[in-house]
Design a binder for this molecule. Structure first.
Ligand SMILES: NC(=O)c1ccc[n+]([C@@H]2O[C@H](COP(=O)([O-])OP(=O)(O)OC[C@H]3O[C@@H](n4cnc5c(N)ncnc54)[C@H](OP(=O)(O)O)[C@@H]3O)[C@@H](O)[C@H]2O)c1
Length: 220
């Protein structure tokens, strides 16, 4: 199990770096996939870390660097000025890669909170609680979740809480849910990048959300 090799697309990003650190901490081998290898910081346990250059918008580029990995995580994140169609384009590429690379047994995707439901069963991105400037991206990100749901691959989609916060500490004390936003007593929906990474890397071992979406957040 711990011999498993995990490929992490977007490993230099906030989610990707937290996931890389957590996977190394849990004893896995990691292939950090980035367009900019020089941006990858020096990490503890780095004898189990390999850095490879690839671009997630090019299927052949990703295929060139994943031939020895067992589990693929996409922590790719577009900038707000990227075309909204990018989410579906990347989902189609990742589904194709799963079909064409039989060595990869599972795909885990770090996506958005917008497609989660609130306690009134409303889709979060259709409510005023969701930041207006991210709504268009969140809609196409929600469509990419539907692509995974309609596929025959072994996928898991992680939606963070509404507030996905690098400055919050890694507490290890978070709640896991399926399709509903997790909120605390004050109605706040929050998770740190470190705790989200813990939830996602734990899922590789636990297999609780195969072909499902899940979320994590603090309930107090
Ligand atoms: N509350 C929410 O719903 C919420 C909030 C924040 C983020 N998110 C989601 O979380 C996910 C990860 O976000 P994040 O905050 O961790 O992002 P981030 O810190 O901006 O990092 C994104 C990473 O994506 C990589 N990337 C960008 N274009 C790429 C390409 N063409 N090929 C390969 N890698 C590429 C970049 O790495 P390189 O430039 O090194 O290649 C970058 O490090 C996204 O799906 C985002 O929508 C959700």
């Amino acid at each position: 199990m711990k011999n498993m090799k995990i490929g992490i697309i977007g490993a230099t990003g906030k989610s990707g770096l937290a996931l890389t650190k957590e996977a190394l901490k849990q004893g896995y081998r990691v292939v950090a996939i980035t367009r900019n290898p020089s941006q990858m910081p020096n990490l503890d346990n780095n004898s189990r870390l390999t850095i490879r250059k690839a671009d997630v918008t090019s299927k052949s580029s990703i295929k060139d660097v994943v031939n020895d990995i067992d589990v693929l995580i996409s922590a790719y994140g577009p900038t707000i000025d990227s075309p909204q169609s990018i989410h579906e384009k990347v989902a189609i590429i990742l589904i194709d890669i799963m079909h064409e690379c039989p060595n990869i047994k599972r795909l885990l995707v770090v996506g958005g909170a917008g497609s989660l439901l609130n306690d009134k069963e409303e889709i979060l991105l259709e409510t005023s609680a969701f930041p207006e400037e991210w709504k268009a991206h969140a809609r196409t990100q929600a469509q990419s979740l539907e692509r995974y749901r309609g596929s025959d691959i072994d996928w898991t989609y992680f939606s963070p809480s509404l507030m996905y916060l690098p400055e919050l500490p890694t507490s290890g004390k978070f709640k896991i849910g399926n399709n509903h936003l997790i909120v605390n007593k004050e109605g706040k929906s929050q998770i740190s990048y470190g705790d989200a990474a813990g939830a996602i890397i734990n899922e590789i071992r636990e297999h609780r959300f195969v072909k499902k979406r899940f979320t994590a957040g603090y309930d107090n």
